[in-house]
Design a protein around this ligand. Structure first.
Ligand SMILES: NC(=O)C1=CN([C@@H]2O[C@H](COP(=O)(O)OP(=O)(O)OC[C@H]3O[C@@H](n4cnc5c(N)ncnc54)[C@H](O)[C@@H]3O)[C@@H](O)[C@H]2O)C=CC1
Ligand SMILES: CC(=O)[C@H](N)C(=O)O
Length: 373
């Protein structure tokens, strides 16, 4: 890890020799200096009203993926529009750009990321940038860079600037030697994807920074997330989103996993609710820093049957993708989230029937059903 060890050591010696005995945690320091580059586009974020300044100042990295825009919407409702900055390396759609502050942030550019945190007085960071399981296997060097090197940048900046840091993990952080039905919080984790390996690394590094430097690191292991208004970014669980779009558009769906492949899944509103809840939980309530969260578990066959209650003419065929199937076969079938429910009161709202009804009410299945009749 490219920490400037001498600076860290010098600070450590200084504190020890000062004899203050105040128990200050030493933060990892990369380099001390001022970046000469100003981020022009952040200028408008500097004027924050007094009312808004009571709230955390939030940055979301990788915010234009499946989950980030919804998270920004939820957090802006709670903390005020200008207190939540969405960022990514992609160009935002008009509706996203005009819905609140957006900034370019490449998590591999350490100085740029630090500048954004400093100039915008960020106090909470939600680190969503990642390459998911299937795209990660297709480009391992990029997944390693984004998911591991990027995480190191985020951890160091969060430590240096005393941020509360949320990093999502996944059911993909488990592997074929983990207990799969159910999978508890603490068990063997030997995933066989670069995505899973990088997420176990993130869990361990975050927990290490918490114990070593006092970083307020919080992490949830998400199941496969299902959403209506955003497309998934290249994961193994993507089929469970695609089926809704295909049911409405064509009435035909070709599934890339076997019909009996059981995986934990969750509706996006539950996922975002849990994320905000764990970030707002008092530190004393958290007996751990990484929690499983769970809502439902189903197979493609079970999902198809539920979807057919809304679109009875839907035809489902199976054309198994070997890479995705091997990944799914190594992941949990059911997730044990007892600790999250006990420690900070986690409770999901959506089971399979409510999930399917809600998806169709967003996507407007009525038009297809009407056409079919
Ligand atoms: N969607 C899901 O089912 C699940 C998601 N998660 C985790 O939640 C987080 C968000 O997931 P999604 O939104 O689904 O991912 P996504 O793949 O849809 O979006 C990831 C975003 O990261 C951005 N990104 C890539 N390289 C970057 C870089 N160098 N700098 C900044 N941004 C960069 C991409 O442009 C993209 O918009 C990820 O960490 C993922 O591992 C965990 C479990 C399930
Ligand atoms: C479960 C996940 O982490 C993601 N949706 C994927 O399938 O890669």
């Amino acid at each position: 890890m490219p920490i400037v060890k001498n600076v860290s050591r010098a600070v450590s010696q200084l504190l020890q020799s000062s004899g203050c005995g105040c128990g200050v945690s030493i933060v990892p320091v990369r380099c001390i200096g001022v970046s000469p580059r100003q981020v022009a586009s952040d200028a408008s974020f500097h004027s924050v009203s007094f009312a808004e300044s009571d709230h955390p100042r939030v940055l979301i990295t990788g915010g234009l993926g499946q989950l980030g825009v919804g998270l920004a919407k939820l957090l802006r409702k709670r903390f005020g529009k200008n207190n939540v900055i969405l960022s990514d390396i992609r160009k935002p759609a008009d509706n996203v750009f005009y819905s609140g502050p957006f900034i370019y942030a490449d998590i591999l550019d350490y100085k740029n990321l630090r500048e954004i945190v400093v100039n915008n007085r960020i106090s909470w960071l939600f680190h969503y940038s990642a390459l998911l399981s299937a795209v990660g296997e297709a480009n391992v060097p990029l997944a390693r860079a984004v998911n591991i090197t990027g995480l190191h940048n985020v951890l160091d900046i969060a430590s240096e600037h005393n941020l509360r840091l949320f990093v999502p993990s996944t059911i993909g952080a488990f592997g074929p030697t983990s207990p799969r039905d159910p999978t508890p919080d603490l068990c063997i984790q030997r995933p066989r994807t670069i995505y899973g390996v990088s997420k176990v690394h993130a869990e361990l590094m975050g927990e290490y920074y918490h114990y070593r430097y006092g970083l307020d690191f919080r992490c949830l292991r998400y199941p496969g997330i299902i959403s209506a208004d955003s497309q998934p970014g290249g994961g193994t669980t993507d089929y469970a989103v695609q089926i809704f779009h295909d049911a409405i558009k064509t009435g035909k769906f070709q599934c890339n996993l076997k019909p009996d492949t059981r995986l934990p899944m969750m509706y996006i509103d539950d996922c975002l609710k849990a994320t905000l809840e764990v970030m707002e939980a008092p530190a004393e309530a958290l007996s751990m820093r990484t929690y499983n969260i769970s809502a439902m578990s189903f197979t493609p066959e079970e999902l198809a049957q539920e979807v057919q209650k809304h679109v009875p003419e839907l035809q489902v065929t199976y054309n198994v993708d070997g890479v995705r199937q091997a990944i799914a076969d190594s992941w949990p079938m059911n997730f044990d989230d007892t600790n999250a429910r006990r420690d900070w009161g986690w409770k999901h709202d959506y089971d399979l029937p409510e999930l399917v009804t809600t998806m169709f009410s967003f996507l407007g299945s009525d038009s297809r059903i009407a056409q079919a009749n």
